[in-house]
Ligand binder design. Structure first.
Ligand code: G3P
Length: 233
């Protein structure tokens, strides 16, 4: 499963990318607005962070027009900015039309704000590169976000659609793990959720004990980084 960070914050992206397990970033107008930086330069800076680490990333940048002509114009422009950019369009009828046009031109499109398997079926037919079902926001209204992901994965497998399932609106590690178990290709998550993936109290406690035991026997153990004595192997 690929891991994307659902943020436009450069510091969070740098931190995540430095660990070598992050494959991309999803931005949206709300996340970008929080950063208060010129959009183009900001998105290009995100792309550069991956480039410096030689990671061929996917960086979603969203259109803000609501008509298909406007979305296509903006999408063509966004796609010119950098090879990592994936154009994000909302899953309205206009968005699906724009997706069909952009995809036929070879531009990668991430169809966002997906809340039903029927929407996911349509965007796959329109040639979307990614489909973004929003799990947390469905849970928020007492529906089952993960069940939607399961159905989308099932439909895509039935028809061998190439569109990758990008599980979004992930609110905690269980959303990530369950999406992975269902076969979602990607999970995009806020930095806070990404950090939670690492955490276990037994890991911290276990390490504390290992280090205490090592310290107690330190004199006889020597230093790992000390140069080897001549004649020893
Ligand atoms: O890209 C944003 C999407 O993942 C939504 O997340 O937590 O605002 O529902 P959230």
């Amino acid at each position: 499963m690929k891991i994307f960070l659902d943020t436009a914050n450069l510091e969070e992206i740098r931190q995540g990318v430095s660990l070598g397990v992050v494959d991309g970033v999803t931005t949206n107008p709300s996340l970008v607005a929080k950063e208060r930086k010129p959009f183009r330069e900001h998105v290009l800076e995100i792309c550069r962070i991956f480039e410096e680490q030689k990671i061929a990333a996917a960086v979603s940048a969203e259109v803000v027009s609501t008509d298909s002509e406007g979305m296509v114009r903006e999408g063509r422009e966004l796609a010119k900015w950098h090879k990592f950019i994936v154009v994000k369009c909302p899953t309205t009828a206009e968005g699906v039309r724009a997706c069909s046009v952009l995809s036929r031109e070879g531009i990668k499109v991430n169809m966002t704000l997906v809340f039903t398997p029927s929407q996911a079926l349509l965007v796959a037919k329109a040639g979307a590169h990614f489909v973004s079902p929003f799990i947390g926001r469905l849970d928020d209204i007492s529906e089952d976000g993960l069940a939607m992901v399961r159905q989308i994965v099932e439909i895509y497998r039935n028809y061998n659609f190439k569109t990758e399932v990008l599980a979004a609106s992930l609110r905690g590690p269980l959303h990530v793990v369950e999406s992975a178990r269902m076969g979602a290709h990607i999970g995009t998550m806020p930095y806070k959720v990404f950090e939670q993936l690492f955490k276990h109290p037994l890991t911290d406690r276990g390490l504390e004990v290992f280090l205490k035991d090592w310290e107690k026997a330190r004199e006889s153990l020597g230093d790992i980084l000390a140069p080897a004595k001549t004649g020893s192997r």
